[in-house]
Design a protein around this ligand. Structure first.
Ligand SMILES: CC(C)(COP(=O)(O)OP(=O)(O)OC[C@H]1O[C@@H](n2cnc3c(N)ncnc32)[C@H](O)[C@@H]1OP(=O)(O)O)[C@@H](O)C(=O)NCCC(=O)NCCS
Length: 189
């Protein structure tokens, strides 16, 4: 499945890659995970755990999981940021939430983490990782949408996601340990 572009390749991760992926993660993001978490995600969703590699060196990764949800926001059917507060509390809204409780769940992709080493950014590697992961989430799992959380201040990432067709649909207050809020962004597949 090798995806060649600008000399880097996108490939699926294997267990031997985990220490290098952890290094990339530690260098690029304050959200870090323990070895066992990477291993768990790899064992369960290895076909959507992707690596960007250049001359044998890991320069980026994307780690994803597949979830079942009835949440219309994560399915891209509702956008909490376009609702006004009155509507949120309206009878219709309560009824629609109740309906969701009894509705069928659907598969969604969840981007857990994506990063590219600083010296390799702005070359299309983040886009290539995300594109390949999204296409696999759709083809391999029938995911109906993909969602992710992003710091409200992370303009680079937000602009990449928007360019890829994601939209901000929810704010989670103080989602991050340092108190920063997150946008939830969704792309319908
Ligand atoms: C977010 C992140 C993964 C993006 O990776 P990237 O490899 O730089 O992404 P891309 O190169 O595909 O796209 C980023 C920008 O580079 C531009 N770009 C793409 N190819 C380019 C090229 N050949 N030359 C110049 N610019 C290019 C894109 O247009 C895009 O610009 P824009 O967002 O201003 O429109 C990276 O910034 C990163 O690792 N950040 C730290 C970790 C992080 O915040 N992760 C997200 C957590 S939610």
């Amino acid at each position: 499945m090798k995806y060649n572009s600008n000399d880097f390749i996108i490939r699926v991760a294997n267990e031997d890659d985990i220490p290098e992926v952890m290094e990339v993660n530690l260098r690029t993001l304050p959200e870090n995970y323990w070895y066992g978490f990477y291993k768990f995600v790899l064992d369960r969703w290895g076909d959507i755990f992707l690596i960007a590699e250049l001359n044998g060196k890991i320069i980026g990764y994307i780690m994803n999981r597949i979830e079942d949800t009835r949440d219309p926001v994560l399915l891209g059917k509702e956008n909490e940021l376009s609702h006004n507060k009155e509507k949120k509390k309206s009878f219709d809204n309560i009824m629609s939430s109740l309906k969701n409780v009894f509705s069928e769940s659907h598969k969604v992709g969840h981007v857990i983490s994506i990063a590219v080493l600083p010296e390799y950014r702005k070359k299309g590697i983040g886009t290539a990782l995300l594109k390949e992961a999204i296409s696999r989430m759709k083809d391999n799992y029938n995911a109906e949408s993909v969602y992710l959380e992003v710091r409200v201040s992370n303009n680079d990432a937000i602009s990449l996601y928007k360019k890829m067709g994601f939209e901000e649909v929810r704010i989670i207050k103080e989602y991050y340990r340092d108190g920063e809020d997150a946008y939830v962004m969704v792309k319908i597949l």
